[in-house]
Design a binder for this molecule. Structure first.
Ligand code: C5P
Length: 221
């Protein structure tokens, strides 16, 4: 059993991928499975934390002893994260949040019209939740962790993103055709604003989760 080094702490984890509806039956989504976020929630609970898991479209069973808040869209995810973060010691944003959503939601199913080209889909920006919780910390000393999936120049892009988002730690994954999404395993580097660089060898998502919590515990003091 794990050391209860998160006992008395409230941690918030987002997991899964948002779905941005076009009409009642269609959405823009992504391939995030939610497994890394669930591993973070399970390991935090095992280390004694009170855990709020904001789950976007994962279809995974609720982990035991964790408060699960189901959400659909990025806007709903934002509401749920901001609410839970108000009294949180740490926030880990493992969810894949859509950067854009359709500008209009059609309340009836969009139909094809004979001999006509389809209407273009116009997108608008979603709020950047990680940047927002990092800029307006609900508590002093709150530790905030982001995730970044990169396909090239992983470390350089990660450093730039860490600075842009304003979080304390950024878990950088290299993604590709068969890497990371939906898999049981992960491989990453965790970058810290203090210049630290923690490589995480290929292994179960639980192992990466425990390293993230180790780094969070160090920063919580
Ligand atoms: O900018 P990018 O999408 O690569 O950043 C990924 C990180 O930012 C993840 O931690 C994700 O949860 C978070 N994010 C967010 N709100 C967005 C987009 C990403 O919180 N609109």
């Amino acid at each position: 059993t794990a050391e209860p080094d998160l006992k008395g702490r409230h941690v918030v984890v987002s997991a899964g991928g948002t779905r941005e509806p076009l009409d009642p039956v269609r959405f823009l989504g992504n391939r995030s499975s939610g497994k890394q976020g669930y591993a973070l929630a399970r390991t935090a609970a095992a280390r004694g934390a009170r855990v709020t898991l904001i789950a976007a479209n994962t279809g995974l069973p609720d982990p035991a002893g964790v408060d699960v808040v189901p959400v659909g869209t990025a806007v709903q995810l934002r509401e749920a994260v901001l609410k839970a973060a108000a009294d949180a010691d740490a926030v880990v944003m493992a969810a894949a949040v859509a950067d854009f959503r359709p500008e209009v939601y059609a309340t009836g199913k969009i139909k094809k019209k004979d001999g006509q080209d389809p209407d273009p889909i116009v997108l608008v920006r979603n709020p950047d939740i990680l940047a927002e919780v990092s800029a307006d910390r609900a508590r002093s000393g709150q530790v905030i962790v982001g995730f970044a999936a990169e396909t090239d120049d992983v470390l350089a892009n990660g450093r730039t993103k860490l600075a842009r988002k304003g979080c304390d730690l950024l878990v950088v994954n290299e993604v590709g055709e068969r890497k990371t999404f939906g898999s049981e395993e992960n491989e990453a580097v965790v970058l810290g604003t203090d210049g630290s660089e923690t490589p995480v060898p290929h292994g179960p998502k639980e192992a990466l989760a425990d390293i993230v919590w180790d780094l969070v515990v160090e920063r919580l003091g």
